[in-house]
Ligand binder design. Structure first.
Ligand SMILES: NC(=O)c1ccc[n+]([C@@H]2O[C@H](COP(=O)([O-])OP(=O)(O)OC[C@H]3O[C@@H](n4cnc5c(N)ncnc54)[C@H](O)[C@@H]3O)[C@@H](O)[C@H]2O)c1
Ligand SMILES: [Zn+2]
Length: 387
């Protein structure tokens, strides 16, 4: 296990680098504002110092979706071409359905036509769907191609692009087919967030708040005092919250890269409730971040019942989430039955040995994992929430 801490440096005023330490699979996350072209200059260095260790320009397949393609991907393709790369742009239909074997199969065909070799780079430009699918493509074609992420949704920037989980869905379940596969670099420019629809933006903020609650009280304080700058999507504030979120997630991933020791479980704060709500409300009704927001409040109330935390700490979370335009209770009319929610929680793939597992805070900035929670306590939290 690598014990080095993840560093954040600020080499220039508008750039932060989070270094993810995973021995041979180490890589940088570069966070800039208004400098999208700098990916072109960063790329050769990332490839050279990566486990692929080569220099010079070769072939690139850019994977994007039809929303992001005209916004950022076409421009990136022409910049890369100018720098001497041979490029191919492959665009998927926006949405979860593109995380499928069918889209992967079409992209394999594209790589065969391109006569891709082990130095052909896969670049994902888009939200979590694109990162997960393109990452799976990179992990599996000729047993691994160099992979670069340019996440364009807030959720992808602070969550899905960090940690190396790539994959696609099966008809029987989300993310059932996949791998742990680290990129050679992640490039984030805060300007791309300006075009993100409000609901997606706010939903991404739930994961940002989560990092504060589970790992960093100072960061939680920062979020409380900067809600205005966050909602206005100010570049400097975005750079800070994205860099800190990536660093906090990377710290956890460094200690438990392949989810073997249980340490990575802390990232699931609010998620035991959220997964049940998402499934029962019908996917798409509640966005993931909205379900996580409600789930965090419920988990905090559960922690209160167990005497771990005071009601003031729950209230601070409610106030912050509300200011960030996130829901803190189930939508009116959702009519979710407590029994059904409990049954659904027991179906969650993260349930171990039939016991519900909850990540609960004992203060803002620290959580523990519990597997011995009294079902009656869960019921009484749910009853309070049901309408
Ligand atoms: N790998 C992981 O560790 C991990 C973690 C969390 C979530 N995920 C996955 O991430 C996916 C969800 O990610 P998502 O919310 O980014 O979904 P998404 O990729 O579907 O993007 C959401 C929508 O925003 C659009 N979009 C993206 N960037 C935009 C921009 N800058 N401007 C305008 N529109 C833009 C997309 O076209 C899409 O319509 C799920 O499949 C989930 O399983 C993976
Ligand atoms: Zn989540």
């Amino acid at each position: 296990m690598n014990k080095k801490a993840t560093l954040v440096t600020t080499p220039s005023e508008n750039q932060e680098i989070v270094h993810v330490n995973l021995s041979k699979r180490s890589y940088d996350i570069a966070i800039t504002s208004g400098q999208q072209d700098s990916l072109v200059s960063l790329l050769p260095g990332w490839l050279e110092k990566s486990r692929f260790g080569f220099h010079g320009t070769g072939k690139i397949i850019l994977v994007t979706d039809d929303n992001v393609r005209p916004l950022f991907a076409e421009k990136m393709e022409s910049s890369l071409k100018q720098a001497g790369w041979q490029t191919k742009l492959h665009s998927l239909t926006p949405g979860e359905k593109s995380k499928s074997l069918d889209s992967i199969s079409k992209m394999y065909d594209e790589l065969v036509n391109l006569k891709a070799d082990r130095q052909t780079v896969v670049i994902a430009i888009g939200g979590g769907v694109i990162g997960d699918a393109a990452g799976f493509l990179a992990s599996s074609y000729t047993r691994g191609l160099p992979f670069v992420q340019m996440p364009t949704s807030l959720l992808a920037q602070v969550d899905s692009s960090v940690g190396g989980k790539v994959g696609i869905n099966h008809a029987q379940g989300k993310n059932l087919i996949g791998a742990f596969y680290q990129p050679v670099g992640v490039f984030i420019d805060t300007d791309v967030i300006q075009t993100l629809p409000d609901r997606d933006f706010h939903s991404g903020l739930a994961e940002v708040v989560k990092y504060g609650v589970i790992l960093d009280q100072e960061f939680f304080d920062y979020l409380e005092t900067n809600t205005e700058g966050i909602l206005k999507r100010e570049a400097e504030v975005l750079r800070h919250i994205i860099a800190r979120s990536c660093q906090l997630k990377a710290d956890v991933v460094e200690k438990d890269e392949e989810e073997r020791t249980g340490l990575r479980a802390v990232l699931n704060y609010g998620h035991t409730f959220a997964h049940a709500y998402e499934a029962l409300c019908g996917y798409g009704e509640l966005m993931h971040g909205e379900a996580v927001s409600i789930g965090m409040v419920d988990a905090s109330r559960l922690a209160e019942k167990r005497g771990l935390i005071d009601s003031e700490s729950t209230q601070r979370q409610i106030d912050l989430l509300t200011k960030l335009n996130l829901p803190v209770s189930l939508p009116e009319g959702s009519n979710l039955d407590t029994g059904k929610i409990l049954d659904r929680m027991l179906l969650d793939k993260k349930v171990v040995g039939g016991k519900l597992r909850f990540v609960l805070p004992d203060r803002i900035g620290h959580v523990e994992v519990f597997t011995d929670i009294d079902v009656e306590d869960v019921k009484s939290v749910l009853e309070r929430d049901s309408v």
